[in-house]
Design a binder for this molecule. Sequence first.
Ligand code: 3HC
Length: 310
Amino acid sequence: MQKADIQSLEEAFQERIDKEIKIEPRDWMPEAYRKNLIRQISQHAHSEVVGMLPEKNWLTRAPTLKRKMALLAKIQDEGGHGLYLYSAAETLGISREEMVQQLLTEKAKYASIFNYPALNWADMGVIGWLVDGAAIVNQVALQRTSYGPYSRAMIRICKEESFHQRQGYDICLQLARGSKAQQDMLQDAIDRWWWPVLMMFGPHDSESAHSADSMKWKIKRVSNDNLRQKFVDQTVPQANFLGMNIPDPELKWNEERGHYDFGEIDWEEFWQVVKGKGPCNKERLAVRNQAHKNGSWVRDAAVAYANKYN
Ligand code: 3HC
């Protein structure tokens, strides 16, 4: 195709983006837009599926049947979120098998947060409250992403995330109103999860490899740092209500800015975990690989059935 033709296609594409017209699978799109979306959506899907692992370990140890049912429902939701997102990514021309293999062979990333250990029941509350709380901040903005299938998946997912966050906060509230030992358990969990949760929003905007393109193409609607700030601003009052401390001596309300000032993330730790050297990276991928192996008979049966009856 002539250079001039490509240029006019790119201009028409950007005009659609600027006019907030959703890009659909059959629309022309720059190859770089398609690749960026496959990268982000597939890694988002991997995060949902790997995110089930820390919580599944606590299903059999839930303190009551009610807590067990709520946690089970949440974990099932996360699996469904992964399927919506894999399906959205497939509309861009990559197969489910290829994406799954990229995860299993460590060619693809998933959210760093899931490489930290869930040590006790308070972690279940803090994961729901803080991890899903951060995911909601990120995903509510993503409802307005320019790619149609991703945007529609986000709208559906956000409805379920709110329940995830509420059930987590309810666990935290019960512990905060419990014995000293329960309050100490909750504070310890907040101390362990707070900073890794801030890392969920990615590197600073100035360090982000993809933000410039992702903002231009409205894949990303709010920047990493602005989403992180929004999360801190809304979460600190929730911690105060629980009577719990945020483990950041620099956290302070800045009247002039109308936001909380907070300390610097340990980016060395962030990149170590992203590069596979976190506390649970090896364990999470070993479990995910084993699950894939254990489930091969189900996939074979489904393919055999589809070939025979379709
Ligand atoms: N964990 C792992 N990798 C991360 C990361 C994190 N917290 N933050 C950034 N990275 C990676 C990026 O993937 C990118 O690497 P790549 O080029 O190999 O893909 C690199 O670091 C540079 O980061 P950028 O900021 O330039 O990358 P993005 O523009 O993609 O921004 C993001 C990162 C904000 C995570 C963005 O990808 C995004 O919004 N993704 C969709 C949301 C998502 O994936 N959330 C993960 C959690 S899902 C979840 O919590 C489920 C809930 O139900 C519990």
